[in-house]
Design a protein around this ligand. Sequence first.
Ligand SMILES: C[S@@+](CC[C@H](N)C(=O)[O-])C[C@H]1O[C@@H](n2cnc3c(N)ncnc32)[C@H](O)[C@@H]1O
Length: 415
Amino acid sequence: MSMPRTPGRIFADGPPDLAEILVAALRAPQIDEETADSLTHPFHTYPARLHPATARILVELVARNAAPSDMIVDPFCGSGTVLVEARAAGFRSLGVDLNPLACLVAHAKTWTVTQRRRMELRDTAARIGRQVLEAGKSARRANAEPSPLRKPRGFDPNARDRRLAAWFQPHTRRELELLATLVDEIHEDDAELGDVLLACVSAILYKVSSRSSDTDGTWIDRNVPRGNAARLFVQRAIGLADGLDDLSYQQGEQPKIHEYDARGLGDLVAPGGAVGIITSPPYAGTYDYAEHQRLRFDFLCLRHRAMDEGEIGSRRSFANNSREALVRWRTALAETVATIAKALVPNGFAALVVGDSVVSSHAVYALDDLRDALTDDLQLAAWASQERPMLGSIERTAFGERYKAEHIVLLHRRP
Ligand SMILES: C[S@@+](CC[C@H](N)C(=O)[O-])C[C@H]1O[C@@H](n2cnc3c(N)ncnc32)[C@H](O)[C@@H]1O
């Protein structure tokens, strides 16, 4: 998560009542051990996920004078942490992300449906799990035909097969393919439930693969027992349904989630339509969402061209000419700030979580860049920064006398 549990020195500035809340939001991951395990938060991993305890405090902050009909917006919603917290607090919300996987996961985590539908999620997952386990047993009998690979419509099955060949042990691959095929069948009649089940398949992929995790590309020898993929899938679906039960105690609408470029937020939110904005834009050159999620894109067959082309600040975009990439990143940040200023209601607050990074041996100070991107409409109200450990000598040299930090920046829209 972007807010680790490691403590670090905290610096803050601004009116004491606001600065203190930002400090509490930075400290929350180190002292709050419950929020991250509550609701649907534990459902799916996601790189640089906002800590749920931080999101909870920021929702309270930006929505302190809001009514339930008011809307909270996260233009880089990722796996939907802010949307879950906004939904739990009873507010309408809207999330945007260019990553199709982010939208699939955020939608599943905020699925606002009747209890009957949540039971259907549990029952359907259990039935699919049983079918996959049964097929596994039959496959071990003499002369058994292995179940065929999934054939998703509109994708070349051979190319997909080649891309996925190294990722799983053969028996796990067969289980996963059958799981996904059965989910496809549900999708034909009930696309909404099919999408939620597909998110459950996504949630277990790395756990049964030959890679450490989605952010660690190390190949490992993972011995996955037969039937494990099916069992994990069912557990994940039941855990999600339980989390959705808890979320449904609070009345509220299903958050609107758009697979879209955050810089086009104005196409989705009317001027002044957001009572508060909470977001964590990508850090410069730190992650590569399109790369980290290639297995999931390939396995689930998610179309990701727009993400490959439009991802802001990706590590790969800094690979060739880092000076130009930095200019592009700062431009994207300025465009984002401008769209936030338009979407935010006069007198409203936007809380941005940003982090320092290093690109080509140079330190990038996110707080400085954000200050430079501000407009007359959007002013700095308060900030809090927490020192983060340096990762190796390149970072120590790049930051020199200054510290590396993660910041929560509170912006105020002019009345
Ligand atoms: C730091 S993550 C957000 C994580 C999120 N707060 C969570 O808790 O899961 C940044 C997100 O920005 C998204 N992103 C990158 N470029 C984008 C763009 N041009 N428009 C919209 N989203 C983008 C990435 O896909 C990623 O999900």
